[in-house]
Design a protein around this ligand. Structure first.
Ligand code: B12
Ligand code: SF4
Length: 544
């Protein structure tokens, strides 16, 4: 039984909700009367409602985010029907803005906007023990982070074993990129460093080895960043057989020497950086108030790739105001030439509250009315172009980011990665009519089919120089002239060799036709994975 439930629908089981743990850790005496119940999007509303009501709650607080607002709305609709006496409180970034316009807010008794440790504790006390508050929408807490208890004891031993452990060393962001909700923060507030280090120590002592910091700009304060990196390095160096994995979000144009020296000491597979470039286009950067020194960003990325073993995920956004297909393609190629391990291509979203909305008219931004509110067309990109970019992003994730085509990818991309991958993406979609659930074997088959067609001269995509077949007897010359039979056969053999090696290393099981045609199949690697360790496994493919 639990009078007070904190509930959310996570994107996947591996993502434990830090927000709910923050709230529970700050409930004071009410903590004992509360529990956290987490679901994963895709669960049946009936099952969720049944599980919640089995605890006989009087109050349920839901954490509402862009990825769960729709299923949470359905869940609450059902809850309202079967248990109208239960008080419903909402919080989280999705309901912190435009509360008057949202169906889910209409269903709730109370909504707390923004960070809410203290505000929710007060509200929960009033709802459980009276007097009931009058205000429906309640403003959340100020930025006094010393006043709140840290949430990390709320991670269970099972969380430690199976899930990403999210942590924060700071909240907020001093930058103002208009597509981002953190643009509203105006500044970043740090948690006191000794508290953070103490929490890390306690988690490490309990066996935690997989840490993900959600700080918007981890590298902003070099001293704090350095202290945290040092914490991990000391443990890794003292026990190299007991690996630690740490993930941080960085701004790209700021990498002081103190941080560089530490980052360079991390072994492969232990460090991951998510770095937002978003756009290289100075006009677009100006329009969306993103301050970024492109030259320094480029140098820092190149340095990280050359001098460290950190795994780099670099973000680009398609559909920003003023960005055309050509300027996006140029930016993509610029990033691909630097060669980060993953390029995460996102489509612009209209996040509730984000200042990007001010450009809606001037740039004719048309956003989907449903979460995640992707942009559908802009003054500079048609609906069709954005659909093609969306598929490009999906296939890029399946083929390039997955690390499953490490040897074949350079052949696919050549010297003009965007143009070639877009041509492949258009063809693949035409062929499969699907962007999801493309089986691994089918994907290898399709990539082969496409590459072989290029060799046969059906397309102009293999223009030699960068095709990575050069020097190995390949037939793909720079002029795009059709190869003679011998050269073509050699090129196809090389494609098969690479695909076969990639397939064997990918861990996929099964036997695609190109292997069955007579090539010796490699031994598939194990696909067993613990959810909490997904990223290192994907990393391992890039590092292989
Ligand atoms: C972890 C994370 C994810 C994880 C999901 C985690 C999970 N649990 O399933 C993953 C990686 C899957 C993810 C994906 C996406 N994310 Co995300 N993500 C985050 C991140 C980095 C951390 C969240 C966190 O733990 N914060 C720390 C805690 C303490 O803060 P909090 O969660 O906001 O909780 C506080 C308050 O919101 C409130 N609160 C929370 N719950 C409740 C409940 C009640 C009852 C109350 C009263 C209050 C309350 O109190 C909490 C304590 O103060 C945030 C950025 C950030 N640093 O917050 C973005 C963020 C939440 N994501 C965002 C976005 C846009 C996305 C994507 C759309 C990005 C993309 N380009 O694809 C996708 C969604 C994809 C989809 N399927 O739709 C936006 C949020 C937009 C929104 N309206 O929800 C954020 C804020 C980033 C940003 N600055 O723009 N994300
Ligand atoms: S995109 Fe990154 S740097 Fe820009 S406001 Fe958001 S969190 Fe800050």
């Amino acid at each position: 039984m639990s009078e007070l439930i904190l509930c959310t629908l996570n994107a996947r089981h591996a993502h434990a909700s830090l927000g709910l743990r923050c709230l529970r850790a700050n409930l004071g005496a009410l903590r004992e009367r509360s529990s956290i119940v987490e679901f994963v999007i895709g669960a049946r509303p009936e099952d969720m409602v049944e599980k919640l009501l089995a605890l006989a709650p009087r109050v349920i607080g839901f954490g509402v985010y862009i990825w769960n607002v729709e299923p949470t709305t359905r869940l609450i609709e059902m809850l309202r029907r079967v248990a109208p006496e239960v008080a419903i409180v909402l919080g989280g970034p999705e309901v912190s803005h435009e509360t008057g316009a949202q169906a889910i807010c209409a269903l709730a008794d109370h909504i707390v906007t923004g960070a809410a440790e203290q505000a929710f504790a007060r509200l929960a006390g009033q709802l459980l023990d009276g007097p009931r508050p009058l205000m429906k929408v309640i403003a959340g807490d100020g930025p006094d982070l010393d006043a709140i208890a840290l949430p990390y004891d709320e991670y269970s031993d099972r969380d430690l074993r199976e899930r990403h452990l999210y942590l924060e060393a700071s909240r907020g962001c001093p930058f103002k990129c208009e597509f981002c909700l953190s643009a509203l923060d105006k500044t970043a507030w740090p948690f006191a460093l000794p508290r953070v280090l103490q929490a890390l120590e306690a988690l490490y002592a309990r066996g935690a080895r997989h840490f993900r910091f959600v700080d918007r700009t981890f590298n902003l304060k070099a001293d704090t960043g350095a202290a945290i990196l040092r914490f991990f390095l000391e443990r890794i160096e003292a026990a190299p057989h007991d690996p630690v994995f740490a993930h941080f979000e960085l701004v790209p144009d700021h990498l002081p020497l103190t941080l560089r020296e530490l980052i360079a000491r991390f072994p492969a597979g232990s460090l991951q950086f998510e770095i937002g470039i978003q756009t290289w286009n100075p006009q677009v950067q100006g329009l969306i108030s993103r301050r970024q020194d492109n030259r320094r960003a480029e140098e820092n990325l190149a340095w990280l790739l050359a001098e460290t073993r950190a795994h780099l995920h670099v973000d680009l956004i398609a559909g920003l105001p003023g960005e055309t297909l050509e300027s996006f393609a140029a930016g993509f190629d610029r990033l691909a030439a630097i060669g980060p391990h993953e390029i995460q291509l996102g489509i612009l979203k209209r996040l509730r509250g984000a200042p990007i909305a001010r450009h809606t008219e001037a740039f004719d931004l048309r956003f989907s009315p449903s979460p995640p509110y992707n942009v559908l067309s802009t003054r500079d990109l048609s609906f069709t172009q954005l659909q093609r970019l969306t598929r490009f992003a999906r296939y890029w994730d399946l083929i390039a980011n997955s690390g499953r085509f490490r040897l074949t990818l350079p052949v696919l991309l050549g010297q003009t990665p965007f143009e070639r991958f877009m041509a492949f993406s258009d063809w693949l979609y035409d062929r499969t009519d699907a962007t999801h659930r493309v089986a691994a074997e089918r994907l290898y088959e399709r990539v082969r089919e496409w590459l072989v067609a290029q060799v046969d001269g059906e397309g102009a995509a293999l223009d030699g120089e960068g095709a990575a077949l050069d020097g190995e007897g390949a037939a793909l010359d720079g002029e795009g002239a059709p190869p003679d039979d011998g050269e073509a056969a050699q090129a196809v053999a090389e494609i098969d060799r690479r695909l076969q090696a990639d397939y064997s290393a990918s861990g996929a099981r099964g036997r695609p036709a190109f292997l069955a045609r007579g090539l010796a199949g490699g031994q598939p690697a194990s696909t067993a994975a613990t959810p909490g360790h997904t990223a290192p496994q994907r990393q391992a493919r890039h590092l292989a």
